[in-house]
Design a protein around this ligand. Structure first.
Ligand SMILES: *Cc1c(COP(=O)(O)O)cnc(C)c1O
Length: 361
């Protein structure tokens, strides 16, 4: 069986280093906001080429606190891609704001800058871009529109660690960038973890205060905050994996190139463009008979996933919030997309096997 993902196999090469990191935290006797969190924040900011990083508990909180930091008036509108993972939209709803869905470009699967301006109203306060599947959005026109209309830009970088657009790194474009280190992400922890990056010192401090009960000085609370701290142990483990990010990214890109080179043209493959350095958190193809293809691959012992089977505005939880918004492009993607195996532990030979079976479909 060719698995889609296997976290034990994924992390096995790092077990010894993880054990050392665990012992260091265990023996330090300091388990919350200690030196490992500080060191990870420093190194991850350097990795993203941003001046600041603040560790938080998970990716959803990173999105949530980024919005909360601006204190937008209740009911303000936030533009968000109609095909994103539900977390991006939940962060908007959590803040009593209204998500306004903007359709993606059918070739890049990222928010279509051409559709942004028509979605802007006097209530619009921010654009949340999502670098889906590991490809950065077309940021030049997005930043230009944001500037023209005085909108904040928040990046959802959960799937895009190390990805670049015109040489510039994911996580360094927006007022804030939210990162998830959920175990399956390219930079995955061994539990929940997240971070916010920014180039603005004041904005970074705001997240630092918000994540720790709204308190800067212990037992003195300046604002209403939450408990959303990056765990010291997860920070120690992330410091280990961060060292291997170049390796992880280049291996995944090599696996992607096997698919790109050898998959027959019946499958719609991801778009490649010299302006974009993609990290393939997910390698998806599209096919009109997606469900039959998934079934066929499983019969040939190949596991796949669907990211995602249901568009956000078709989710029951979103019925009263989004259901008047029509998103035919997102629905087309949700009906035809299939994610193929592309984990760090897979080899080029394994991927070639997947290709060989796919090409007989
Ligand atoms: C994983 C993911 C999140 C949420 O991250 P968590 O750490 O699980 O909260 C948000 N947005 C996108 C696009 C994701 O893929």
């Amino acid at each position: 069986m060719i698995e889609y993902e296997n976290l034990n196999n994924l992390n096995k090469p790092l077990f010894e280093e993880y054990k050392t990191a665990f012992s260091e935290v265990l023996e330090s006797g300091w388990y919350i906001l200690g030196n490992k969190v500080k060191e990870f924040e420093k190194q991850f900011a350097a990795y993203c080429k941003t001046s600041h990083c603040v560790g938080v508990a998970n990716g959803l909180d990173a999105l949530n606190l980024s919005l909360r930091a601006f204190g937008f008036e209740k009911g303000s509108e936030v533009l968000v891609p109609s095909n994103t993972y539900i977390a991006t939209i939940l962060s908007i709803v959590d803040n009593d704001l209204q998500p306004i869905l903007v359709e993606p470009d059918i070739e890049t699967y990222n928010i279509d800058p051409k559709l942004l301006e028509q979605a802007i109203t006097p209530k619009t306060k921010a654009i949340m871009v999502v670098h889906l599947y590991g490809k950065v959005c077309d940021m030049d026109p997005i930043l230009e529109i944001a500037k023209k209309h005085n909108l904040k830009v928040i990046e959802d970088c959960a799937q895009s660690h190390g990805a670049k657009y015109k040489g510039k790194l994911s996580g360094s474009f927006g007022d804030y960038a939210a990162h998830s280190f959920y175990p399956t992400k390219n930079l995955g922890a061994l539990g929940d973890a997240g971070a916010v990056t920014t180039n603005n010192e004041q904005l970074a401090n705001r997240i630092k205060v918000l994540r720790n009960y709204g308190s800067e000085v212990k037992y003195y609370n300046e604002i209403v905050g939450v408990n959303s701290r990056l765990d010291e142990l997860q920070a120690a483990l992330l410091l280990v994996k961060l060292k291997y990010m170049e390796q992880i990214t280049s291996h995944k890109r090599e696996l992607a190139s096997v698919y790109m080179k050898s998959l027959k043209s019946d499958f719609i493959k991801p778009k490649e463009d010299p302006d974009y350095y993609d990290v393939y958190h997910i390698f998806n193809i599209r096919h009109p008979k997606r469900d039959a293809l998934k079934e066929y691959l499983l019969k040939h012992e190949i596991k796949t996933e669907i990211h995602y089977p249901v568009a956000p505005n078709k989710q029951r939880a979103m019925q009263s919030i989004l259901n008047t918004q029509h998103t035919p492009i997102a629905e087309e993607i949700h009906q035809t997309t299939l994610s193929l195996p592309i984990s760090y532990f897979h080899t080029k030979e394994t991927i070639q096997k997947v290709v060989d079976v796919m090409n007989t479909f």
